[in-house]
Design a protein. Structure first.
Lengths: 285, 304
């Protein structure tokens, strides 16, 4: 249970757009385990008609987890934190860092090291008609070998938002996505509804693709050896300290049972098109 | 526990904030996927805890360790200086060192099925023979632990006297090789066993139960094993021991009733139990003493 308090009601309205399905009655506020506090500072008028935009902060309990000027980016930070806290104890699943969508009744799973553009690749697939499972974190059910998604919005790198300029954003971006060098990339929530798509029920793993982001390269599939695939899969594990060798057993079984490829991602849209076109053939095998 | 001592128990921890109480011991343990950090100001308590938790001791701390601190209290208990048992910052109990040891063992083992979501847990004794597991799912006071001890004496290897930890990936049952806890009166079934026990040393001398290591019964600890037999012992002690075959559906029902954490797995947990029942033979076990039951199981199921 999470509680959010803020000095600006508009932030709650923004959160309601993306987390409204998870809202509970105010009477349960005392049961909140984690409390987020959003502190919004007003713009200041400076000499020469200049305006210094207010810098806002988001705290989890007493720890500041965001400092910036955009409400959407703060919402992205809050949702990311919330997602991490909610799933970190769900060790009945093998959790992996991966994007995933459903293709022809099976899950395309894209395990990856931390990669800011992975959610955008997933969003392009979702916009292309593939039901959504996860943008960068998945739960693998070890009993039925199914992928369980998360009913939360995607968190897109702000630099990738221009790829989705044609979609009708419920909450238009207020900033230009620029940020100071050396700071973590800003992430904006984008709902499945905004992408004009739907979320998927848990489905079996049917295709595993390891994306390698290489801007400027032509999007293409490459073969990947089983050992390297297992290494890449393990590297994407988020709770291997819990499952240990059993996670490797599960990953090995999955790699042995479905088609496995590497995908060089130069252009995100081209890569998404490649996956959507090749998907039905790959999963039918 | 004296009531005035309970009045002093606070929800914010028994020790002073930031004060180092001069730890006499600082140990680390891992029970399946539950990492623990145990600190104590009482050397006797720590030594006794080490004996009980020896199969799970680790050299160094692990990520996400749950913390258990045994701290001094201001009051006094019935037998010697009183201690406070604080887990994850919350004071949970207070008492003499032996009372705290008893509470600690109960609390730590209760924590395992709550914390270790990566296993489906049954309330079951588990032994192995020829690399195959025999599970004894049952409610309390059906003689599980005594039957487990009798099976070890009959030549089986040990996994657990209380927890059947089923791995969802492989379907194997994993060992949680805690000390086997027996009532004093159960020792009469094992000739010479009481003389070999070392459980009364140090801070353990006032514990109500007796604690048996596998090696006290000349047994070893088994590795993970696929369950081959599911035997549901009942409290019926009348007559000679007898095995009644159970249909798979009934076995699944009884397994579900014995599960600690089936609620975490839901439908998937029922699938897992169904697979277990599909691959194993299931029986109800009535009648007989624990050694007689063990002899029957050895003869009928595990011979050859």
């Amino acid at each position: 249970m999470f509680a959010v308090r803020t000095t600006d009601d508009r932030f709650l309205e923004l959160l309601h757009e993306y987390l409204g399905d998870h809202r509970v009655a105010d009477g349960l506020r005392d049961q909140a385990v984690y409390c987020y506090s959003a502190d919004f500072r007003p713009d200041r008028q400076l000499a020469g008609r200049k305006v210094a935009r207010g810098v806002h902060s988001l705290y989890l309990q007493t720890l500041r987890i965001f400092r910036g000027r955009e409400q959407e980016a703060m919402a992205g930070s809050l949702i990311s934190s919330m997602r991490e806290l909610a799933t970190s104890v769900q060790n009945e699943f093998v959790r992996i860092r991966a994007g995933s969508v459903e293709l022809n009744g099976g899950a395309l799973v894209m395990p990856s090291p931390p990669e800011g553009h992975l959610p955008a690749l997933v969003a392009l697939l979702v916009r292309g008609g593939a039901p959504y499972l996860g943008d960068e974190m998945l739960r693998l059910d070890p009993v039925l070998r199914r992928v369980h998604g998360l009913p939360l919005p995607l968190l897109l790198d702000a630099r990738d938002l221009p790829l989705f300029g044609d979609i009708r954003r419920t909450w238009p971006t207020s900033g230009d996505g620029s940020q100071r060098r050396g700071t973590a990339p800003l992430r904006h929530p984008v709902s499945v509804r905004e992408l004009g798509a739907s979320s998927s029920e848990p489905v079996p793993v049917r295709w595993i693709v390891f994306p390698r982001f290489d801007p400027g390269s032509a999007a293409r599939f490459e073969p990947i050896g089983r050992s390297e695939a297992l290494f890449c899969f393990a590297r994407a594990g988020l709770n291997l300290h819990v499952w240990r060798a059993r996670a490797l057993t599960l990953m090995h079984e999955l790699l042995e049972s479905v088609p496995v490829s590497r995908l060089v991602v130069g252009s995100l849209p081209h890569a998404a098109d490649l996956l959507l076109n090749a998907g039905p053939r790959a999963i039918a095998r | 526990m004296p009531e005035d001592m309970l009045d002093d128990i606070s929800a914010t921890g028994g020790g002073g904030e930031g004060a180092d109480p001069a730890w006499a011991a600082h140990d680390h343990y891992r029970l399946l996927s539950l990492p623990l950090e145990l600190r104590s100001v009482d050397a006797g308590f720590a030594e006794a805890a080490r004996w009980h938790l020896a199969p799970f001791q680790r050299i160094r701390a692990e990520p996400e360790s749950r913390s258990i601190d045994v701290l001094p209290s201001d009051g006094t208990g019935r037998a010697g200086p009183a201690l406070l048992y604080v887990r994850d910052g919350l004071t949970a109990s207070a008492g003499s060192p032996s009372e705290i040891l008893e509470y600690a063992l109960w609390d730590i083992y209760s924590l395992v099925p709550q914390w270790c979501r990566d296993f489906l847990f049954l309330h079951a004794g588990v032994v192995a023979s020829n690399g195959q597991a025999l599970m004894l799912p049952a409610a309390r006071d059906t003689g599980k632990s005594t039957l487990v001890a009798a099976l070890l004496e009959a030549g089986c290897s040990y996994l657990s006297d209380e927890f059947g930890a089923i791995d969802p990936v492989t379907g194997q049952v994993y060992p949680l090789e805690k000390r086997i806890s027996l009532d004093q009166r159960s020792l009469r079934f094992f000739t010479g066993l009481e003389d070999r026990l070392e459980d009364r040393r140090g801070g353990s001398e006032h514990l109500r139960q007796r604690y048996v290591r596998p090696e006290d019964l000349d047994a070893t600890v088994a590795g993970p094993a696929v369950p081959r037999w599911l035997v549901f012992p009942t409290g019926d002690r009348e007559g000679a021991p007898r095995l009644l075959p159970l249909p798979r559906a009934e076995a699944v029902n009884r397994l579900a009733a014995c599960s600690f954490n089936l609620y975490r797995y839901g439908e998937r947990g029922v699938v897992l139990l169904s697979r277990l029942a599909e691959a194993a033979e299931a029986f109800q076990l009535d009648g007989g003493t624990p050694p007689e039951r063990a002899a029957l199981l050895s003869r009928r199921l595990m011979a050859g």
